[in-house]
Write a new protein. Structure first.
Length: 147
């Protein structure tokens, strides 16, 4: 299971459940405004993901959650959130749920937040603290985990 234990796998699994819901349960959130809001959330998630990915590339650090990063990234989008990619995952899940009119995705969103926190964020923060010490502590103190 370790080779499949990556945040995108969890996101795809949640999206697959939401998509299955749309096949078997009547849509409850079909209003155009709600679908428009969903589109905006998906786009925001994609932008966050892109900005964070670009920051990793520029810093020449790993984006792989099970590895220790080579650099502590505290600039760009990481000034506002310590976990912009995980935030993007949740925004994409909620956004597509709204687009598809599926209430299940709104229920799964807090579950995905919990999974990301328990399986990835806590472990990553431990590795970052061990690797970067006081710099990491200062960054954690001034920057929120999600928003």
């Amino acid at each position: 299971m370790r080779h499949l234990d990556y945040p995108p796998v969890w996101l795809i699994g949640a999206l697959a459940l939401v998509w299955c819901e749309t096949m078997f349960v009547p849509q409850l959130l079909g209003h155009a405004y709600i679908q428009g809001a969903g589109t905006l959330l998906v786009l925001l998630g994609a932008v966050l993901f892109g900005l964070a990915g670009w920051a990793f590339l520029r810093a020449r650090s790993t984006i792989i959650p099970h590895q220790t990063p080579q650099r502590l990234i505290t600039t760009g989008i990481f000034r506002f959130s310590r976990n912009p990619i995980y935030l993007a995952d949740v925004l994409i899940l909620v956004g597509l749920s709204l687009r598809w009119g599926a209430v299940g995705g709104l229920v799964l969103a807090p579950v995905l937040v919990w999974v990301l926190h328990a399986r990835f964020i806590k472990l990553e923060e431990g590795r970052i603290l061990r690797a970067f010490g006081a710099d990491a502590q200062a960054y954690f103190a001034r920057t929120r985990r999600w928003l």
